[in-house]
Design a binder for this molecule. Structure first.
Ligand code: CUA
Length: 321
């Protein structure tokens, strides 16, 4: 997955505000650091030197340091000003983040699961609602209102190129608003420790122009095509008669459980298992055979299916574009 994950390359207005705050903080702290080192060097340079033969200079202990008091007062005053400046910048950033215009927004519901992401695209017309996993598409230049829910434990939604972090808390609904101003593919990551595979809970955000976004959404709304060749047909029948359909939904088929990622268009996604491995026939076969080897603790159990059945299942899933 060649996606960019970098807070210092903001691709949206809000990540821009956060990057500005970061650079301001770094610059101010660098000035303070240099000033402290300069003060320390000066103090060492002008300190009276003594050696083994010189008598202790008791008089200098009592002599008042000329200018020392003024230097301390000035340093304290400058420190307070610096801290106030950081506080002001932080409050200004917070306000800027909360003032994204929301006309014509796209609404997406995100549910965090151990250890994958569910993206539900809302629509006033129920037939147009669709769901995908670990891959989110958004139109460039349009605000996106994201509702966050936790399916099990606490998670945190973070796409560094687009915005800061927002927690998904069990029993609560939180929201985050963002806007991508540059087209691109950005990597998101769960940013709150949520169990064994927390590090393998990534997702991709594809920001594209509105026409491409609509094409993608229309394709996602389509039900899965009927498999035409015999091998894929066999894979379909194995899927529908085995344990796969007890957790995974595929729209347009009898598989309509809602426990695991929606596979209606799985072959169109870049990765498997939330960024764990590339989405190709080899990856798919390895994942179906033994997910516990690739992602120990994941909810999907190992399916030690015979090679010919595995082939058929992979052939069927590859038709789900
Ligand atoms: Cu989900 Cu960490």
């Amino acid at each position: 997955m060649n996606a960019l994950q970098d807070v210092l390359h903001p691709a949206g207005v809000q990540a821009g505000h956060i990057a500005h705050l970061w650079w301001f903080t770094v610059a101010l702290c660098a000035v303070v650091f240099v000033a402290i080192l300069a003060g320390l060097s000066y103090a060492l340079w002008r300190a009276p030197r003594a050696d083994a033969r010189s008598a202790p200079d008791m008089a200098s202990m009592d002599r008042p340091e000329s200018g020392a008091k003024r230097a301390v007062v000035t340093a304290v005053a400058l420190s307070i000003l610096g801290l106030l400046a950081l506080l002001g910048a932080s409050v200004a950033t917070d306000r800027a983040l909360a003032t994204l215009p929301l006309e014509n927004a796209v609404h997406i519901e995100v549910v965090g699961h151990q250890w994958w992401w569910q993206f539900n695209y809302d629509d006033p017309i129920p037939a147009r609602v669709f769901s995908t996993a670990n891959e989110m598409h958004i139109p460039v230049g349009r605000p996106v209102v994201i509702t966050l829910q936790a399916g099990d434990v606490i998670h945190s939604f973070w796409v560094p190129n687009l915005h800061g972090k927002k927690d998904l808390i069990p029993g609560r609904i939180t929201t985050i608003q963002l806007r991508a101003d540059q087209a691109g593919t950005y990597r998101g990551q769960c940013a709150e420790f949520c169990g064994l595979q927390h590090a393998f809970m990534a997702f991709t955000v594809v920001a594209e122009d509105d026409a491409a976004f609509q094409r993608w959404a229309d394709a996602q709304r389509k039900p899965a095509p009927e498999p035409t060749d015999a091998k894929a047909r066999r894979g379909h029948d194995l899927f529908m008669s085995g344990t796969c359909m007890m957790c995974h939904p595929i729209s347009g088929t009898t598989a309509n459980a809602r426990k695991a990622p929606d596979l209606t268009h799985i072959a169109s996604r870049p990765t498997l298992a939330a960024g764990t491995l590339p989405n190709d026939p080899q990856g798919l076969a390895a994942w179906i055979r033994d997910p516990q080897k690739l992602k120990p603790g994941a909810q999907m159990p190992a399916h030690h299916v015979p090679d010919d059945e595995l082939d058929a299942l992979v052939a069927y899933l590859e038709t789900l574009r």
